[in-house]
Design a protein around this ligand. Structure first.
Ligand SMILES: NC(=O)c1ccc[n+]([C@@H]2O[C@H](COP(=O)([O-])OP(=O)(O)OC[C@H]3O[C@@H](n4cnc5c(N)ncnc54)[C@H](OP(=O)(O)O)[C@@H]3O)[C@@H](O)[C@H]2O)c1
Length: 342
């Protein structure tokens, strides 16, 4: 008390002394934080939906939650792949949760073949969850599609002769324009409408039924630092990112987490909506490990983190800032990464 009083007196002579005063007054609030989510929802009672669970990070993530004893609903479109992921989660659930019989483990893991961007299928999923689980605590939006070509190529226009070269044909034909729109629609459907339909479907439901609702979206570093040959991918992922960031403001009762990883191992590029070729150095082998990204997702949800850089965090934070201060330097770097020559 004496310390505060003397600081107030000092502030009357020099306003600079207000800084330590403000820090002193804010300390109890900063230290208090919010209660740990696990004390509100024990991991073994968590109800989790993974949109995009048939392969990649989503598949690993579903197993991690199953291994914590959570009830997990795996969602994706490819039945055969989803069945394999489901079996993996059931095994994880049975092995990890001591005392849990394999029949109980099976009951706690649900598999639903559905398209995340389809309103009817998401409505049916919510109806089923309400009936079987009575609510939802954690929504993990992992689903996404890639696009690997420069935009004009999707409309049938190529640049000939490198830098400053002419376009062939000189302009987009009508068919080319229609192709461009069709391909862009697929990217928007996969990367933007999926998260949007999920948000519309689950926000009121989660708010109503969970004591600590949480939504995680697996975005990408490319959503905040544009990359060449990824114009459709970066823009559709960026739209979803800002959608979820805006929703976080509109729904402060829900913890929103956006993951911003660099390249991840695996065959994500197989889903390219434009059939483009891979230009960077073997992404399947050189990317982040799926297990590491999945673990970081769990940690981020548990800790209620908002925007999470994954892989070279400090450098990429700096890169993001640098893009606004010195765009040409960052653009040069991105051209190099994707072996893109103009
Ligand atoms: N791989 C990378 O280098 C990288 C880097 C940064 C960010 N990311 C992001 O990470 C996420 C996951 O990528 P990943 O590497 O794990 O690739 P992945 O193996 O292709 O996983 C994508 C998952 O999403 C599902 N999916 C796609 N569209 C769907 C839809 N409309 N409805 C339901 N499920 C759908 C896929 O299953 P079905 O095809 O069976 O539906 C699959 O299970 C993506 O959103 C991507 O943007 C990836």
């Amino acid at each position: 008390m004496y310390k505060v009083k003397s600081l107030i007196e000092a502030a009357q002579t020099s306003p600079l002394t207000l800084i330590p005063l403000a820090a002193l007054l804010a300390t109890p609030f900063l230290l208090r934080g919010s209660p740990k989510r696990s004390s509100i929802i024990p991991p073994s009672q968590e109800r989790v939906v993974v949109l995009g669970a048939s392969s990649g990070v989503g598949r690993v993530l579903a197993s991690l939650y199953a291994a914590r004893g959570a009830r997990v609903c795996l969602v994706a479109r490819r039945e055969a792949e989803l069945k394999k992921a489901y079996a993996q989660s059931v095994v994880a659930a049975a092995a990890a949760a001591s005392g849990k019989k394999s029949k109980d483990a099976e009951r706690d893991i649900v598999m639903v073949i559905a398209d995340a961007s389809d309103a009817t299928q998401m409505f049916d999923l919510r109806t089923r969850l309400e009936k079987e689980w009575g609510g939802l605590d954690t929504l993990l939006i992992m689903a996404g599609v890639s696009a690997l070509r420069p935009l004009l190529e999707t409309a049938g226009v190529e640049r000939q002769g490198g830098g400053g070269g002419t376009f062939v044909p000189a302009d987009c034909t009508l068919e080319g324009l229609q192709d461009g729109v069709r391909i862009a629609s697929a990217a928007i459907k996969g990367n933007f409408l999926g998260p949007l339909v999920a948000a519309l479907t689950f926000i009121p439901f989660m708010t109503r039924t969970s004591p600590s609702p949480s939504i995680l979206h697996l975005s990408t570093l490319a959503a905040i630092i544009p990359m060449p040959t990824r114009s459709l991918y970066t823009s559709s992922k960026a739209a979803a990112l800002t959608l979820l960031q805006a929703l976080a403001i509109e729904h402060p009762e829900i913890a929103f987490t956006n993951m911003l990883p660099v390249t991840i191992e695996g065959d994500f590029r197989r889903s390219a909506v434009d059939g483009g070729r891979v230009r960077e150095d073997d992404p399947g082998a050189n990317g982040l490990r799926r297990e590491d990204v999945a673990k970081r997702c769990v940690e981020a949800v548990d800790g209620g983190e908002r925007n999470v850089f994954v892989g070279g965090e400090r450098l990429n934070r700096l890169f993001h800032l640098m893009y606004w201060l010195w765009p040409s330097a960052v653009e040069r770097k991105t051209r190099k990464k994707y072996n893109f020559v103009v």
